[in-house]
Design a protein around this ligand. Structure first.
Ligand SMILES: [Zn+2]
Ligand SMILES: [Zn+2]
Length: 364
């Protein structure tokens, strides 16, 4: 392994806490208490605890447990790839051998880590609360399993459309978080403490950043383009894989979900999001959360390090044409705060209107 002794030391410290929530014993206990409580309620057999037209509460408990376990396991996989195959690191080995010992492998100092830890706790509590509110207040939001489903091509088109609607609203929210100074300073800059991303940075945000993505992205997309039971499960797990890979610090064939998506027009690969982190706020490019289309449509795609040898297995034909294209101005009228925020308001408004017209229910 081509790593420095200092990095090997931090590697062992780094992995010692990988199965704990935010590397913290007490936060892991809180998470276990929440997950166990919901499992006990689900298994209690009280039918009045089940939301009408939705999957039973016991399945919601399984969904939350599976999500927590998949996040741990895939995070471990992504970080194992990062350390086992340094030749694939997007930023290169020397750039991760940080000069300042007071920083972690992702480039954050102790004070920044304490801030992140606080927000990890708030993220856990707010995300759990949001799932419960959605389950109990919107009948059918967690779709119930059926005997018969629509034809496969219709379901596939629905999944793609749902993901593009999700990434559209998340794109504009992310762009607004960068270009509105207040939002950058008080919310999104926390996620960008990590200049050398690793998959564990995926959900390390201000809690409102995660909450906004869950509401504006996932919930609104599901209300506007509802997924059936199986697609709902698939999409959720797929998004976990995609988000972790995007921060994995490597861009190669080991990124399973991104490799599966390389056929998509303007496909986004992990090196694109890595570049977004590497450039800090000055790198106002690559805001898309999934698929990559919206960066190309709205002029914010950069190829990043795609043409360097470590990204050989992940660069796309679009990267090659971008690398040859003349440099464009980075100034855009689309960065006006009102323009960035308007699409977010439009998507939330459309979802609220649709739900209201359906009497607050998603039962079909
Ligand atoms: Zn960002
Ligand atoms: Zn990120």
């Amino acid at each position: 392994m081509h790593t420095s002794p200092a990095e090997q030391l931090r590697f062992s410290e780094h992995f010692s806490a990988i199965l704990l929530f935010s590397g913290s014993g007490y936060m892991t206990l809180i998470e276990l208490a929440l997950l166990t409580s919901i499992a006990i309620l689900g298994l209690s057999g009280y039918s009045w605890l089940n939301s009408p037209g939705s999957m039973p509460l016991s399945e919601v408990a399984v969904y939350l447990w599976v999500s927590a376990i998949v996040r741990r396991l895939y995070n471990t996989y992504c970080e194992a790839i990062f350390f086992a195959f340094p030749q694939h690191r997007t930023q290169g080995v020397q750039e991760h051998a940080l000069a300042a010992d007071a920083k972690d492998l992702c480039g954050r100092d102790r004070k920044q880590l304490e801030t992140i830890e606080f927000h990890d706790l708030l993220t856990m509590l707010s995300q759990f609360s949001l799932e419960m509110v959605l389950y109990f207040s919107i009948p059918g939001y967690f779709p119930v399993a059926k005997q018969v489903y629509a034809p496969w091509y219709q379901r596939f088109a629905t999944l793609i459309l749902n993901h593009y609607v999700m990434s559209f609203s998340m794109y504009w929210m992310h762009r607004a978080l960068h270009v509105v100074p207040f939002l950058w300073k008080h919310i999104h800059s926390l996620h960008h403490y990590a200049r050398h991303p690793l998959s564990r940075n995926t959900y390390q945000d201000h809690w409102l950043d995660n909450f906004g993505n869950a509401v504006v992205g996932h919930a609104c997309a599901h209300i506007l383009v509802p997924l059936d039971h199986d697609l709902f499960w698939f999409s959720h797990i797929f998004r976990i894989f995609e988000s972790l890979e995007k921060h994995s610090g490597v861009s190669c064939h080991f990124n399973i979900v991104h490799t599966m998506q390389r056929w998509l027009p303007c496909a986004q690969m992990p090196h694109h999001h890595d570049w977004h982190h590497e450039g800090h706020k000055g790198c106002n490019f690559t805001f898309t959360s999934i698929g990559g289309l919206w960066d190309c449509v709205f002029g914010t795609r950069k190829q990043g390090r795609a043409m360097q040898p470590q990204c050989d297995g992940a660069k796309t034909s679009h990267d090659e044409s971008l690398a040859k294209a003349p440099k464009r101005s980075t100034k855009s009228i689309l960065d006006h705060p009102a323009i960035c925020i308007s699409p977010v308001i439009a998507v939330v408004g459309a979802a609220a209107a649709k739900l209201s017209l359906a009497g607050g229910s998603m039962v079909v």
